[in-house]
Write a protein that binds this ligand. Sequence first.
Ligand code: PGA
Length: 298
Amino acid sequence: MIQATLHQLKVFETVARHGSFTRAAEELLITQPTVSSQVKHLAQGVGLPLFEQIGKQLYLTDAGRELLATCKDVFERLDNFEMTVADLKGAKQGRLRLAVVTTAKYFIPRLLGSFCQHYPAIDIALQVVNHEQITERMLENKDDLYILSQPPEDIDLCSQSFLDNPLVVIARADHPRAREKNIPIKALDDEPFIMRESGSGTRRAVQKLFEKHKISVRVRLELGSNEAIKQAIAGGLGISVLSQHTLYSEGDSKEFAILDVESFPIQRRWYAAYLHGKQLSVVAQTFLEYLLKCDESK
Ligand code: PGA
């Protein structure tokens, strides 16, 4: 049985996360020699080196990688245990680690606001990334819950949908077709188009529809954020397809028009997902139940 203290595991995990003894010492507010000696004792206990230094770069060895995965499990279970104990004592407290796709940032912070009012002892770590980056985070088991539109089929997930996410054609308010009804989808062929970056779920949904209808838009600009796309539309650079949630502020209805194009909106749903087999913490479970209450279709 390896002799290791929780403190040594914490020090090791911090070094591994930063790839640096110095930065780990800064985060943990201890000296660098203390960090080095804790890692050394741990490596002696394991009987194998945990890091190797090549030039200035610190790499995990195979044993180090295995230990890091074990540390993550241990810390996650301890966190969950603390949350369960708090729950048994009648309080919901702890940390919720949430990763959401970019468009969800238009409504998730508000939901989190009212959730945190109910449960003031819950802290939130929120990551806002695109679809591809969310799938990378899933593969690394980095978060408790994920909010996205298209749960990837090749990852074993439990997912439940809770809200509509229509994708609409957005143009500047003075666009010549702003008041037209039933615009044929072929009309998009002539429009300068602003597209989300590759790896975006919105882009994937748009491309799928365009392929189906053999539409080849003239992509004038590719941008990595919904807000930047809105600014480009407002600047007269073209039209785009975005989630209707992006038109959230009052001024948007004056500045933008939703074009009534055939086959739009693309009907999508929001899903809350977590890795199959993952033991959800009390806090994550509470937030999931809270989200599912938003389901308008029930
Ligand atoms: P995106 O995802 O931010 O990657 O475009 C949004 C979505 O999948 O609806």
